[in-house]
Write a protein that binds this ligand. Structure first.
Ligand SMILES: Nc1ncnc2c1ncn2[C@@H]1O[C@H](COP(=O)(O)OP(=O)(O)OP(=O)(O)O)[C@@H](O)[C@H]1O
Length: 648
């Protein structure tokens, strides 16, 4: 009736609570108030409906996990399933053997039985115990192997899927959060789900067989022993559920705690933390937040245990009353001593089974929430895809680029980052893109690499809309260095080689690229030259300066021999001499290639054959340096402004 109603909404809200934090919590109130539980009807029918939906949702998650387990290893899945059935039956069998043994001993004492019967039963007991020990060992091996395999399979799936996703997926906080959860939490969840499901199955078998056994002795006893654990079950379910909700509500606090701790403990932040004297402030906020966190945990843990214990005491009292009744029945000769022993162990087993059933189910419920995230992530498809019949790349690619009325709006942004931009770049031309911060320069580059698709308009390469090519093939035509280039924790050679995987180990080409970027000499001076590890992750890692890292990133771009070269502020970290040298070399490098670069330094901009000036996403001016100076517009103004700073 209310399928997909409030409980699903609750699940969504819980997940949000677990993953999003309103802000970093560096200032403002320390406390994150608990999200208000959704206003849901509390009558019995609504409760039952909710229960049904959550059971339904959890059970629906099972086939997915079963499929994963089977994929990981059919043979081991069978072993684990069989051993679950066996170990589920074991407690009942053991209790029954104990009853037989006791009855046989009593009979022998009374002179009505034989010692041979006792030996027979103990022999059987030995066989059962041995079998149990072996099957437990086998199960442990199979289960552990299955877990390893499943975790690896899922991590692999997440990585493979993430590598297909668009840049916009990573830049959007909601979808990025999905990825974060999928890669951090999800790999272990199917495994836990599997364990919970198995233990649920095992407990259900124990439970069923015990009840069956009790019914065979006395149906009334069976019913009583079923009812005895109910109070404990109810209290456990109530507090168990609360614990789960609290764990989700508390996770934003934990994220704030983690962030505060990182600010003080990671090398990346150490410089600023020291300089601005942030240490004591951050430590104090951590302490206060930690207190809040602890107080919430303490309240729940105490309540849960105290209330849980009082309810379970009730169960214990009921259990003892029944035991007394049975004992008296045994004294009266209506039940045997074996029945008494059997009942005692059965009552304990049923009680354990009830809480086991609950724990198994709540474990599955929680794991299923995370699994939903994993499947939601895996079901997200990239938007930038190859057309059904991609065009082959032109042979050869000339590098003629044309933007036609290109408009682009970032998802969720109000104003377009590029607004109806049109221009043409002839094959082999060198173009500088200039403009104030936020004018849309980097966006233009990202669109050309098809990291985004324009909201309106077209981008043509050699007369063909770039959306008609396969995105990977299009990107293989472009060498690029972005503003926020990556510093890989690898050797110098690897840092450059990653620019073109075919040449990852091609030393002569790598050192040529390093030469072109002006960093060859520096690399050769390192202790192990090109094999020197760069970055701090390594014991002997060399830490380069900002400008040296930028040159390495440039070398990575230069390694690729492509018809289009794109450089986003390639000299932002370089000294004046290095910048001059680079632009001198760039002239040779750019020969025969369409080259676009972004720069804020007009001394380099003026060397370009064409200059594009962007202003608030619009193409305000374009032409050569001389033409734009003659225009006496925004370019001339900016150029004069910068030049006057040198002359004054
Ligand atoms: N991933 C993004 N999501 C949303 N908006 C973005 C994103 N990247 C950039 N923007 C916005 O788009 C506009 C253009 O940004 P862009 O990075 O293209 O500017 P830019 O001209 O390269 O600036 P700068 O000179 O500072 O590098 C800016 O207003 C920026 O806030």
């Amino acid at each position: 009736m209310t399928q997909g109603g409030p409980p699903l909404g609750l699940r969504r809200r819980l997940r949000q609570a677990s993953s999003t934090v309103p802000d970093s919590g560096l200032t403002g109130p320390i406390e994150i108030p608990d999200p208000q539980p959704p206003d849901e009807p509390k009558d019995l029918r609504a409760r039952l409906n909710r229960l049904r939906t959550s059971i339904g949702g959890t059970v629906r998650g099972l086939p997915r996990v079963a499929r994963l387990t089977w994929q990981a290893s059919p043979a081991m899945t069978i072993v684990v399933l069989l051993s679950t059935v066996v170990s589920g039956l074991m407690p009942t069998l053991t209790a029954y053997i104990a009853k037989l043994l006791l009855d046989a001993v009593v009979a022998a004492v009374r002179g009505q039985g034989s010692t041979a019967r006792i030996v027979e039963i103990t022999g059987f007991q030995l066989a059962v115990f041995t079998f149990t020990a072996i099957s437990t060992a086998l199960t442990n091996i199979a289960q552990q192997m299955l877990q390893e395999r499943m975790t690896l399979t899922i991590r692999h799936q997440v990585m493979a899927h993430a590598s297909r996703m668009d840049l916009s997926f990573f830049e959007d906080s909601v979808s990025y959060d999905l990825l974060r959860q999928a890669s951090q939490e999800a790999p272990s969840r199917p495994v836990s789900m599997m364990s919970s499901a198995l233990s649920l199955g095992r407990t259900a078998i124990t439970f069923g067989s015990m009840i069956g056994l009790l019914v065979s002795i006395s149906p009334v006893l069976a019913i009583i022993s079923l009812l005895a654990p109910v109070p404990a079950f109810i209290s456990q379910s109530k507090y168990g559920n609360r614990a789960f909700m609290l764990a989700l509500y508390i996770s934003p606090i934990r994220r704030r705690l983690d962030y505060l701790s990182q600010l003080v403990t990671l090398d990346t932040y150490a410089k600023e933390t020291k300089l601005f004297g942030l240490g004591p402030y951050l430590v104090d906020r951590f302490r206060k937040l930690g207190q809040t966190y602890y107080a919430r945990e303490r309240e729940l843990t105490t309540k849960r245990n105290l209330v849980g214990t009082s309810w379970s005491l009730l169960s214990t009292v009921t259990g003892s009353a029944i035991a007394l009744y049975i004992a008296l029945e045994a004294v009266g000769g209506r039940l045997t001593i074996g029945d008494l022993a059997l009942y005692t162990s059965a009552a304990t087993a049923v009680q354990t089974a009830v809480s086991g059933l609950f724990n198994g189910f709540s474990g599955m419920y929680e794991n299923n929430l995370y699994l939903d995230t994993l499947y939601q992530f895996l079901a997200t498809e990239p938007k930038i895809t190859a057309p059904s019949r991609p065009r082959p790349l032109p042979e050869p690619v000339r590098g003629h680029v044309e933007f036609q009325e290109v408009t682009f709006c970032y998802p969720g942004a109000e104003a377009p980052a590029l607004d109806s931009v049109s221009f043409e770049i002839r094959p082999g031309e060198t173009v500088a893109v200039v403009g104030r911060n936020g004018a849309g320069k980097s966006t233009l580059f990202k669109l050309l690499c098809r990291l985004y698709d324009p909201t309106a308009g077209r981008i043509l390469l050699d007369g063909v809309d770039i959306r008609e090519f396969e995105p990977e093939r299009l990107r293989s035509l472009i060498s690029a260095m972005f503003q926020d280039y990556v510093t890989y924790q690898g050797t110098a050679a690897e840092n450059i080689g990653l620019g073109q995987l075919d040449h990852l180990e091609d030393r002569p080409r790598i050192s040529d690229a390093a030469q072109q970027a002006g960093v060859a000499e520096r690399i050769e001076s390192l202790p192990k030259a090109y094999d020197s590890p760069l970055g701090r992750w390594f014991d002997q890692g060399v830490n380069l300066s900002g400008g040296e890292w930028q040159k390495i990133a440039l070398a990575r771009a230069f390694l690729r021999d492509s018809p289009i070269l794109i450089l986003d502020e390639p000299t932002s970290a370089l000294d004046a001499r290095a910048e001059h040298d680079l632009f001198t070399r760039l002239r040779a490098l750019a020969h025969g290639r369409t080259t676009l670069y972004i720069s804020h330094r007009f001394s380099t901009v003026r060397q370009a054959e064409k200059i594009l000036l962007l202003d608030h996403g619009k193409l305000a001016e374009q032409g050569t340096h001389a033409e734009l100076m003659a225009l006496e517009g925004a370019y001339a103004e900016l150029f004069t402004l910068q030049a006057s700073a040198y002359h004054s």
